[in-house]
Design a binder for this molecule. Structure first.
Ligand SMILES: Nc1ncnc2c1ncn2[C@@H]1O[C@H](COP(=O)(O)OP(=O)(O)O)[C@@H](O)[C@H]1O
Ligand SMILES: [Mg+2]
Length: 375
């Protein structure tokens, strides 16, 4: 995208042209992460371009306009490290729509179920509001690890071996035999619909497999069971709509046995290496694969596309190189998160990134509003 597609500054004294509703918090396990992200985004967004309205959603689903943050912005006072979903309780539809004197754009900074999975996006579609990020389908496909794997498989995007397990459909007595025959231990057991490593276990034996399945079934009735790959974890940031741009790749070096919730948000022991140490050919290959996956899954606006890079194998089989792990349609977005950092390393600053996301939201909205509904 070129600079001239970015949201314009308003004339001096006229006030910002756009109303930017920043949704944060939410009912998922990733609530706290979202509150931290919101503080950073609200602080960094350009106040000459946006009338910023932070709206927090509590863990039980109440919506609150964050008046303290709005006052702090007006008084130019520093914001806390995390915004809390508190202030004036508001009706979701009323606060989203605003008073129609200004164009609203919604920035859903909500991770996981009821935020990143197409539900909020569906509400915004019904309200005819532009919003940052993927639409209903792209969000829903990427949130469901089993469905995303089916799409990737159909499009020939390489990934690790896996088995889908559906509670009430697949026979739990057969699963052990299937895992042993098709994957071998250890395996990763994951609820299809979660994020931030919640509900995920690496199972090293049959007893752990059984426990892992029971744990994952607390979060979803569809699970994926994957072979455990020995590989580097490389991520790529994608930004754009039909012809997206791709950042330099970054590498995660987990601080524990795998990149679990503690490692992501509590201990912070994982190392982030940006740009990842890769050959030019490997870098080109992963960037190209990232766009293929992004396009196949109907992503728009932004996504972080996560890969495993298998360079060698203990069993003597040929290494498979790039394997898609997953796509995050609302990736971690604090200035210390991979997504903004990969763009930083690629020459795009955090405030500029916010501008680009808003411009992409408006572009998608305008394009889709132009479609005929007549027959
Ligand atoms: N098949 C696998 N082989 C090896 N490590 C894995 C595998 N699947 C997941 N992991 C590890 O677990 C972490 C979390 O899994 P992931 O599928 O990315 O879940 P989430 O959506 O919660 O981020 C990964 O970053 C990686 O460290
Ligand atoms: Mg992940």
């Amino acid at each position: 995208m070129t600079d001239d597609t970015r949201p314009a500054r308003s004339a001096p004294g006229a006030g910002p042209l756009l109303r930017l509703v920043v949704l944060f918090g939410g009912v998922s396990a990733e609530h706290d992460v979202s509150c931290v992200t919101a503080a950073h985004v609200v602080a960094a967004a350009d106040r000459s371009k946006y009338d910023i309205v932070p709206v927090g959603i509590t863990r039980d689903g109440g919506w609150f306009r964050q008046d303290k943050a709005i006052a702090a912005l007006a008084d130019d006072v520093e914001l806390p490290n995390a915004l809390l979903p508190e202030g004036t309780e508001v009706d979701p539809i009323v606060i989203l729509r605003g008073d129609s004197s200004k164009q609203t754009v919604v920035l859903p900074l909500l991770h996981g179920p009821h935020g990143e999975d197409g539900t909020v996006q569906g509400m915004l579609e019904l309200l005819k509001l532009p919003y940052v990020g993927s639409g209903v389908l792209g969000s829903a496909v990427c949130m469901d690890k089993a469905m995303a794997k089916d799409v990737a498989a159909y499009r020939g995007i390489p990934q690790c071996r896996w088995i889908e397990f559906r509670d009430g459909v697949d026979d739990s007595r057969e699963i052990v035999g299937k895992v042993e025959a098709q994957l071998g231990l250890p395996v990763f057991v994951k609820p299809a619909n979660m994020g931030s490593s919640v509900g995920i276990t690496k199972a090293h034996n049959i007893k752990e497999l059984d426990d892992a399945i029971n744990l994952a079934l607390r979060y979803d009735d569809v699970l994926v069971i994957e072979e455990s790959v020995t590989a580097r974890e490389i991520e790529v940031a994608v930004l754009g709509n039909a012809l997206p741009e791709v950042s330099l790749p970054g590498e995660i070096r987990p601080g524990s046995e795998f990149y679990d919730y503690e490692d992501k948000y509590v201990t912070g022991a994982a190392q982030l290496v940006i740009p990842a140490d890769l050959s030019a050919a490997d870098t080109d290959a992963v960037r190209e694969l990232a766009v293929r996956a992004y396009t196949a899954m109907r992503c728009s606006g932004l996504a972080r596309v996560d890969f495993f890079f298998e360079e060698s194998r203990l069993d003597g089989e040929p290494a498979r190189g790039w394997l898609l792990n997953e796509i995050n349609t609302i990736p971690g977005f604090t200035p210390a998160s991979m997504y903004p950092k990969m763009w930083g390393a690629s020459g795009l600053s955090y405030p500029d990134l916010i501008d680009q996301l808003v411009a992409l939201a408006l572009e998608t909205y305008q394009r889709r509003s132009g479609f005929s509904t007549a027959h």
